[in-house]
Design a protein around this ligand. Structure first.
Ligand code: ADP
Ligand code: MG
Length: 444
């Protein structure tokens, strides 16, 4: 007969770690969030081999007293939540008291902390869930955590780790997300002892946008702001030609917390629909502040999804603000002619992605069906040509508009694609190198 027994606490923590610690990047996220919650003004992250070998986070925050150090790695132990009513209005990034326990259960973990009120630092080591003693230690004010050999004793988890370069780029992305939202904190990030990025504490988001999106994009970004009684919105959005096929550069924050919420993303797409091709996402930093009690961040263990009490108001405000700002932005009011010129010279960037040119193409062509010639698209029907650029024709339920120049570029693009597929492409280095700005995570 099977025997039912209680699991021991190490196994419980290792199972719970599955929810919190997916990969080294989750460790970076949790530890940097703890440093932010601790009021740090300087945070350093050091990773080796994408964090698989080691991750260190060093902060100058409030620290943990020697007599509390052992509690910091206990599961469900937190200084951020006292009673159930507190769940109604969470203001800190953490609150579950699970992260350090989970991380310490699946790695060689050490924490050294020195609160200013104490006359020296103390440290504690936990090896795959087995706790050592709290000892006096040398150190600096604040907290220094080192996590080594993540999942080394859990082969089933370890085999899901990707190459160090991939893990590093996930870790960098998390650090970027947190650094973008906390501009008052200075950040330094090192990978294999080389600096990946650094940003000084600042009072404007511009400097952070320049570090993470590139200086040119940051310069062209427009700022939007709206304050209403129960919601305030602040955002920076890049011009249409910097739009991407994925949402990697859409950074949405709710009360300082990075969120990836499908419905919020939909509101963003709805807001930019008339300005950016529908399969593309803008470069966007959008920060929403709502009263903590009007939002539930308790939905997902990694806390990337959210629930709003007044969903309609939040989504409606995002859509309206984006639309209004975009329609007023200087780059949105450029004439069709000048955009056409730009499209001609910009048809394909060096990453092989169509740029803003492609707005009309995407809107009016079925991307599953390659366009190989003008005739394919135009058929034999009659068109009305306007300003030598746009072709209009009546279709069922509306009017179809085709930009002739864009169509021409699309035909060229399809030809290039065909040549690439058939391995028959003629290559020629550029006479003048073309500069493409990428974020740090994209470089890796
Ligand atoms: P949570 O952040 O949800 O409270 P964690 O497991 O991440 O849970 O951390 C447990 C506790 O350890 C925190 O509540 C906090 O008191 C303390 N702690 C963790 N990291 C730090 C840090 N870098 N500085 C100061 N205190 C910290
Ligand atoms: Mg935490």
């Amino acid at each position: 007969m099977p025997i039912i027994k209680k699991l021991n606490s190490t196994v419980i923590d290792q199972i719970a770690a599955g929810e919190v610690v997916e990969r080294p990047a989750s460790v970076v996220k949790e530890m940097v969030e703890n440093a932010i919650d601790a009021g740090a003004t300087e945070i350093e992250v050091w990773i080796e081999d994408g964090g698989i070998r080691s991750i260190e986070v060093i902060d100058n925050g409030c620290g943990i007293s020697k007599d509390q150090l052992h509690l910091s790695v206990e599961s469900h132990a937190t200084s951020k939540l006292g009673k159930s009513e507190d769940l109604e209005a969470i203001a800190s990034l953490g609150f579950r008291g699970e992260a350090l326990a989970s991380i310490a259960a699946v790695s060689r973990f050490s924490i050294t902390s020195w609160p200013k009120e104490q006359n020296r630092a103390a440290s504690l080591k936990v090896t795959f869930g087995k706790k050592g003693d709290v000892l006096d230690a040398a150190g600096a004010y604040g907290t220094h955590i080192k996590v080594e050999d993540i999942f080394a004793e859990l082969p089933a988890r370890r085999k899901f780790l990707k190459k160090p370069g991939t893990e590093a780029s996930h870790a960098i992305s998390w650090a970027e997300r947190l650094a973008l939202a906390h501009i008052g904190i200075g950040f330094k990030f090192y990978s294999n002892k080389k600096m990946v990025f650094q940003c000084a504490a600042s009072d404007s988001v511009d400097q952070r946008c320049a570090v993470f999106f590139g200086e040119k994009v940051a310069r062209d970004m427009v700022f939007l702001k709206k304050k209403m009684p129960t919601i305030s919105l602040e955002a920076k959005i890049g011009p249409p030609e910097t739009a991407r096929r994925n949402a990697k550069h859409v950074h949405l924050y709710l009360n300082g917390r990075w969120v990836r919420d499908a419905r919020l993303l939909r509101a963003v797409r709805e807001g930019v629909r008339e300005f950016i091709p529908h399969q593309f996402y803008p470069v966007l930093f959008l920060s929403l502040e709502v009263p903590p009690s009007s939002v539930d961040v308790n939905v997902h263990p990694q806390k990337s999804e959210v629930r709003f009490r007044e969903e309609g108001l939040v989504f409606g405000s995002i859509v309206r603000l984006l639309r209004k700002t975009l329609s007023e932005a200087s780059w949105a009011t450029r004439t069709a002619g000048s955009i056409g010129q730009e499209m001609k010279s910009n048809a394909v960037n060096t990453m092989g992605q169509p740029t803003f040119i492609s707005q009309q193409q995407v809107l009016h062509s079925d991307s599953a069906k390659p366009i190989t010639s003008f005739e394919d698209t135009l058929g034999t029907q009659n068109f009305l040509a306007v300003r030598n650029t746009f072709l209009f024709r009546e279709v069922e339920g509306g009017v179809e508009i085709i930009d002739q120049h864009a169509l021409h570029e699309r035909v060229n693009l399809e030809e290039l694609r065909k040549e690439i597929k058939e391995g028959d492409i003629l290559l020629q280095p550029l006479l003048v190198p073309s500069l493409v700005e990428l974020s740090r995570a994209e470089v890796l």
